[in-house]
Design a protein around this ligand. Structure first.
Ligand code: FAD
Ligand code: NAP
Length: 539
């Protein structure tokens, strides 16, 4: 234990303890952060508002939830024993298995003793004289720490839609991002799903198998690629494991999205129509996110992008029997990939079932939720249970809920009123010794998140060690460095097609949220080379 830790020993003192580091959140980021801090001999307290570890995989228990980055890659790399010993059962593990993995990691590395569950961090105030943070939690206690690490997650603040009458609905209402721990049985029920992003697209086929009738309310049709999920054989696992060091290094250093895969050397328009179609067919058959990796310019060139979008629209028309339904399901208002592409199991085919109806709420908006129905401009649709797959206040939502006060009493919410401003997505000027794991301005949600999490955790650990070795009290980025980084993130985003979509990457799903492209699109490989150069940008 470090010398910094000292229990106040005073039962009525408001400040109950002092730690080197307070970590907020016990998902994959907070858990690995704790492990690394302990390895440095630092005292750390992790606060988690949920009752268990796992973050995303603790909260998102909806039917059909699973990862869309293949499990052999969507897993920690920091422990070779762990990656050699853990057996993933399927190409894309289902949520219960990923949660089991998170719990296994917590047990294996004995993390729970430093995690306080069922406790929300409400406030963090910087003391400029002492260079420490006072952190207040929902149990009414305040602790002091030299550093605070926000491991609060990019997709952890579930967004309840602001729909008139929702509070009067008589049946059960479930948000996919806040799903109950008990199994929900839809057998014999009339179910309505609002939202057709990744969560809606994963849950619809599973709910359709149980419900007596399922009505899907779609505002924006989304591009989705079949997952082609399948059990993993021992041979497949072993082949991967044998190459893990190389695969992990390439994913971290050479890939844009932190996923090991072939790197395309051609643009979509460099191939003739037949050849291009054959390549798209091959990727469609293989399934998964690598569909977008077939050519190197799909995110950059609209004409190239159109070839991929047309291919997927064609597939939807082939799969869905009713031409009118197929047309509604064909995305037509954004380039493919500019909203997070979805990965599904039988999503489009589900609309061929006699018990499934698609309602277009773009042209017939939902007007009101009645006690037993959804009222749209074109009529009422009777439902007994509602599933809200309406997404998240992404990237900034969970940070904004904490009252964070830095130098001169400025709040982070004031500073970010026109959009998040960070240096490397890791820190924000005026908030010394406060780190954000996968914050806005870092590759984060555009990457295999565990690759980005591990990079940030390792960087923060090294940074704290560096400061301790030199006896530094506080550190933050220089203002001009932050300004340059914010401008760079914005500039790179606008060289791509991404800003053309009303996506949560842009904050467009939250009324009134400033529309700024939040993640860094330059890629994890390029991003990784920045921090060493950036040391001169810190003070
Ligand atoms: P989280 O897992 O979100 O954990 C943050 C934790 O912080 C939460 O448990 C939350 O309760 C806690 N917290 C927040 N605020 C406070 C507070 N004030 N006080 C106390 N606790 C707080 N990414 C991929 O790369 N591949 C995938 O296949 C993939 N699939 C996904 C599927 C779903 C359904 C969703 C929603 C996201 C998916 N993601 C995926 C993104 C996913 O969020 C990350 O991969 C990763 O799990 C994030 O880990 P984290 O620890 O950073 O955040
Ligand atoms: P999302 O992508 O933001 O989708 C939300 C859906 O709800 C959209 O279709 C949206 O329509 C609709 N919606 C929102 N508010 C509405 C309202 N008031 N009325 C009607 N419709 C409304 O959220 P998500 O599906 O939860 O996914 C979020 C992210 O989490 C994903 O992009 C992905 O990164 C991650 N995720 C991954 C997986 C996976 O496959 N592993 C699964 C789930 C989530 P509009 O598009 O018109 O706004």
């Amino acid at each position: 234990m470090s010398a910094l830790q000292s229990l106040a020993g005073n039962s009525h003192a408001a400040t109950t303890a002092t730690y080197d580091v307070v970590v907020v959140g016990a998902g994959f980021a907070g858990m690995y952060m704790l492990h690394r801090l302990r390895g440095q001999g630092l005292s750390a307290r992790v606060y988690e508002q949920g009752s268990g570890v796992g973050g995303t995989w603790y909260w998102n228990r909806y039917p059909g939830a699973r990862c869309d980055v293949e499990s052999m890659q969507y897993s920690y790399s920091f422990s070779d024993e762990l990656q050699q010993q853990w057996d993933w059962s399927e190409r894309y593990a289902p949520q219960p298995e990923i949660l089991k993995y998170a719990n296994h990691v917590a047990d294996r590395f004995n993390l729970r003793s430093d995690i306080q569950f069922n406790t929300r961090v409400d406030q963090a105030v910087f003391d400029e004289r002492e260079n420490t943070w006072s952190v207040t939690t929902s149990d009414g206690k305040t602790v002091t720490a030299k550093y605070v690490v926000l491991a609060t997650g990019c997709l952890s603040n579930a967004r309840m839609p602001d729909i008139k009458g929702l509070e009067n609905f008589k049946g059960n209402v479930y948000h996919t991002g806040h799903w109950p721990h008990e199994a929900v049985d839809f057998t014999g029920q009339r179910v309505g799903v609002i939202g057709t992003g990744s969560s809606g697209i994963q849950s619809v086929p599973v709910i359709a198998e149980q419900a007596s009738h399922l009505t899907v309310f779609q505002r924006t049709a989304n591009f989705s690629i079949p997952a082609r999920n399948a059990p993993l054989t021992e041979q497949e696992r072993q082949a991967f494991r044998a190459r893990y060091p190389e695969i992990r290094r390439i994913a971290r250093e050479e890939m844009k999205n932190g996923i090991f895969q072939e790197v395309p050397d051609r643009g979509a328009l460099d191939d003739g129509g037949n050849e291009r179609r054959a390549k798209y067919e091959a990727r469609w058959s293989r399934g998964g996110l690598t569909f977008m990796g077939v050519y190197n310019n799909l995110a950059l060139d609209k004409a190239a992008n159109d070839t991929a979008a047309d291919f997927v629209r064609g597939k939807i028309a082939e799969i869905v029997s009713d031409p009118q339904t197929a047309k509604l399901l064909q995305p037509n208002n954004h380039p493919i990939g500019s909203k997070r592409i979805c990965i599904d199991s039988d999503y489009f085919a589900t609309f061929n079932r006699p018990n499934v109806t698609l309602i277009d709420i773009k042209s017939n908006p939902i007007e009101e939720i009645l006690p037993n129905a959804v009222r749209t401009a074109s009529g009422d649709y009777e439902v007994g249970t509602l599933v809200l797959a309406t997404g998240f206040d992404a990237m900034t939502g969970s940070v904004a809920k904490i009252d964070i006060r830095g130098r001169n009493g400025q709040t982070l919410n004031e500073k970010w009123a026109e959009g998040p401003k960070t240096y490397l997505g890791l820190m924000s000027v005026g908030f010394p010794n406060l780190f954000i794991i996968t914050g806005p301005g870092s590759p984060s949600v555009l990457s295999n998140m565990i690759v980005s999490i591990e990079q940030h955790v390792d960087w923060i650990t090294d940074c704290i060690a560096y400061m301790r070795d030199r006896g530094f009290g506080a550190m933050e980025a220089k203002q001009d460095a932050e300004d340059r980084w914010v401008a760079h993130v914005n500039e790179v985003a606008h060289t791509t097609l991404y800003p053309q979509a009303n996506s949560w990457y842009m904050g467009a799903n939250i009324p009134g949220k400033p529309q700024i492209f939040m993640p860094y699109i330059g890629g994890v490989g390029v991003y990784r080379t920045s921090p060493p150069r950036a040391m001169r940008d810190l003070r």
